[in-house]
Design a protein around this ligand. Structure first.
Ligand code: THU
Length: 126
C-alpha cells in the first residue's frame, strides 16, 4: 500500500472518531513489521483529559494483537486543512515499538518523517 493509500485508510478510520468536544477527528493506521494493518480513531471523554488519540488507539490495537515492531504509523485529520502531527505522548508511544516511518497528511500530500526527527532522545529504560 502506498503512503497515499495509507492516508486514505487513516481518513476512513477517522470517520469513526468519537470527538464531540473538539470536533477534531483523527484516524491512524499502524503497519506492523509483517505488513498487517491496524486502524484507530480518537476517543474523547467528558473528563477531557481521558481522551485517547487516534495514534494511541491504533497502537493499542496492534500491540494487543501481539505486534512488537511497527514499520509505519500514518495519521490524518479530517476536520482541518493543515498537517496534523502526532502529539508528544503519541511520539513517545511510538518510541517503544521502534516505529521506522511516520506519515502525516498535509495539504500538499503525504509528509514522511523518521521518528528520530519527531522525537530525538525519546525515553527508553536503560
Ligand atoms: N488528537 C489525536 O488523536 N492525535 C494527536 O496526535 C493529537 C490530538 C486528538 C485528541 C483529541 O481528541 C483531539 O485530537 C483534539 O485534541
Amino acid at each position: 500500500m502506498t503512503d497515499l493509500e495509507l492516508l486514505a485508510l487513516a481518513k476512513e478510520a477517522a470517520l469513526n472518531a468519537y470527538a464531540p468536544f473538539s470536533h477534531f477527528r483523527v484516524g491512524a493506521v499502524v503497519v506492523a513489521a509483517d505488513g498487517t494493518r491496524y486502524t484507530g480513531a480518537n476517543v474523547e471523554n467528558s473528563a477531557y483529559g481521558s481522551a485517547i488519540c487516534g495514534e494511541a488507539a491504533a497502537i493499542a490495537r496492534a500491540v494487543s494483537a501481539g505486534v512488537r515492531k511497527i514499520d509505519t504509523v500514518a495519521v490524518a485529520c479530517i476536520d482541518a486543512d493543515t498537517a496534523g502531527y502526532p502529539c508528544g505522548n503519541c511520539r513517545q508511544l511510538m518510541v517503544e515499538f521502534d516505529v521506522d516511518r511516520v506519515v502525516v497528511a498535509a495539504p500538499e500530500g503525504p509528509r514522511v518523517h523518521t521518528l528520530e526527527e519527531l522525537i530525538p532522545f525519546g525515553f527508553r529504560l536503560p
